[in-house]
Design a protein around this ligand. Sequence first.
Ligand code: HEC
Length: 115
Amino acid sequence: MKQLLLIAVIASLIIACGNAGADQNSGAGASATAAAGVTDEGKKIYKQYCVTCHGLYGDMGATGAFNLQETELTLEERITVITHGRNTMTGFSTLLTEDKIKAVAQYTFELKNAK
Ligand code: HEC
């Protein structure tokens, strides 16, 4: 009888662990897809408008473009630079909507992990 109880406890532990694992996985999956929606759009914009100076990984530095892997700017500050430009970097306020500028600004945070 004692043995049976032990088996039941072990079985329920295994089931509990299995469920916890599944929950964690689906949670991560959902947030990963949500984030991918924003960064996918940002990545597309980045490839179209930014690689010429910053390079695919943000560290090309053509025309003195700052290294986006190393920048410490906040999201707001990046949005300001991208919108209005700074020195040799032209602003994108006439080319991109606010949402798109925000998306590409968010994408620049991904460059830290590039390469
Ligand atoms: C014509 C070349 C050029 C293009 C195109 C360009 N940049 Fe830049 N970018 C620069 C230069 C040059 C700087 C440094 C500006 C300075 O000297 O103040 C810079 C600076 C930045 C900074 C500030 C970095 C810091 O640490 O201060 C961000 C953020 C940035 N660029 C993002 C972008 C994004 C996003 C795009 C595409 C939408 C883009 N840039 C397109 C040339 C460019």
